[in-house]
Design a protein around this ligand. Structure first.
Ligand code: ZN
Length: 458
């Protein structure tokens, strides 16, 4: 008898805007519905200082490994139903299956990471960043909402968390308050909708096959502002070769950044774009050469690309352009993060399970940042499921069948990890378990490379 019904959490087929911003009543009410199901499954509930929620169940009498399965429930403004919640529901449905398996020995946690979207606080993945120490409790007073409330008040993260906790405790009994829901777990798994429609394209080719994406690398963002100093002059009286036009620099930098972004994408190293230019202090007069300009650049890093490499490439571009335009530039780094390669061991295990269960899979990167990038776990990875309509909009749409496929694969992967035989293999030395020893059949693998090459990844 199944306790967890997907239709209680999703309106399949309905495309309406979701406004479930982090820590708002809408977000907490959705979490409460999930917590009640966790309790029905016999899970113990805890919440920590940043508002992460964790349901824990111990399977068997000799638990040797801890697995965390989860994602987020908060949305962007006018977002869709599936970005986030599918990962939590896959966790819940997997626990429902794992409970029935008497061979499992281990601790399974279903986790709702708080505030994954940056919409409300201008800062993403707060729950998972708190778990790995990227943000601490001291930051709770410094992080504030992006939009003031109607009466002009600015709410801090600490105030938002505290308000949300009141609603949580009023509605659910037996929720334990802890500092952190965990310091580290052995394994972390997250299912998420795929945000580039590559899987969906593949699904359309063969609708009878079950299909999944296995995430090999989780991207990070490096954001840079550069300021250009040129020289004001009369546009009519200054010969072209005498001009020191700050906007010429932003235009040329934009062109070079586009080239760099294309090169990164081809090499699987990320993407790059100039996202905004402005001319501070310039009054937009047609007859005056602007002496100041500013550009904002967003780099998305993948694989082994590091913030240092990217900044070196950007410096080369600026030097080349400065020479041409005779302007001067200074750089300010706004944010920086390194991409995370997911666990080869877990990915191999997932490939193995997919092959045995006739599920086609495709290895692919996540250009977008994800909670799994921060979650402190020895081995961690993500599954992508096909979605039409992209993400962060009401057209976001996935099928019930894909949530079920991800649940099935997640359950089987957990069973492999928690079954005695594999624990013995792991306790030898997990790093020695490679492709060959896990015995992977590669026949179901699909390469996304060709798709990426012809520019389908948008
Ligand atoms: Zn998400």
């Amino acid at each position: 008898m199944n306790t967890v019904k997907l239709k209680d959490f999703f309106n399949f087929g309905l495309q309406e805007p979701i406004n479930r911003l982090a820590y708002t009543n809408e977000d907490i009410e959705y979490k409460i519905k999930i917590i009640k199901k966790m309790q029905e499954l016999g899970m113990k509930i805890s919440t920590d200082k940043v508002g992460n929620i964790c349901g824990t169940i111990v399977l068997g009498d000799k638990p040797k490994a801890t697995i965390a399965i989860g994602s987020h429930t908060d949305s962007v403004y006018n977002g869709g139903q599936y970005d986030g919640p599918v990962g939590v529901l896959v966790g819940l449905k997997s626990v429902e299956e794992l409970i029935k398996n008497k061979n499992c020995n281990g601790i399974v946690k279903v986790v709702i990471y708080s505030c994954e979207e940056s919409s409300r606080f201008g800062n993403a993945c707060l729950g998972s960043k708190y778990l790995n120490g990227t943000i601490t409790e001291e930051d709770f007073d410094k992080i504030t909402v992006q939009k003031k409330s109607e009466d002009g008040k600015t709410i801090t993260l600490r105030e938002a968390i505290s308000e949300s906790k009141k609603l949580l405790h009023q509605n659910v009994d037996n929720v334990e308050e802890v500092d952190k829901i965990f310091d580290k777990v052995d394994y972390a798994l997250e299912t998420h909708i795929e945000q580039y429609k590559i899987l969906n394209k593949q699904y359309k080719k063969d609708k009878n096959k079950d299909l999944l994406g296995i995430v090999t690398s989780i991207g990070s963002a490096v954001r840079v502002q550069y300021d250009v100093t040129g020289k004001s002059d009369h546009t009519g009286s200054t010969p072209m070769k005498k001009r020191v036009n700050a906007v010429d620099t932003t235009a040329l930098v934009g062109k070079e950044i586009r080239k760099l972004g294309k090169k990164y994408e081809k090499e699987g190293k990320g993407r790059a774009s100039q996202v905004e230019i402005s001319t501070p202090g310039h009054n937009r007069s047609f007859n005056q050469i602007p002496n100041n300009a500013q550009g904002l650049i967003d780099f998305r890093l993948l694989g082994d690309n590091t913030p240092d490499n990217v900044l070196a490439d950007f410096n080369n571009i600026l030097q080349k352009v400065e020479k041409k335009t005779k302007t001067q530039t200074t750089i300010t780094q706004i944010s920086s993060g390194s991409p995370v390669n997911t666990s080869t061991y877990l990915n191999c295990l997932i490939e193995d399970v997919c092959s045995q269960n006739n599920v086609q899979y495709m290895e692919m990167p996540s250009y977008a940042g994800q909670d799994t990038g921060y979650v402190p776990a020895t081995e961690k990875t993500m599954l992508f499921i096909p979605s039409t309509g992209g993400s962060h909009n009401p057209e976001e749409n996935t099928k019930k069948k894909f949530i079920k496929v991800a649940t099935n694969v997640t359950t089987k992967v957990c069973t492999e990890i928690l079954a005695e035989k594999l624990i013995d293999r792991i306790s030898v030395d997990p790093s020695t378990i490679s492709n060959s020893s896990v015995n992977i059949a590669k026949q179901n693998i699909l390469s996304p490379n060709e798709v990426i090459k012809d520019g389908e990844v948008k």
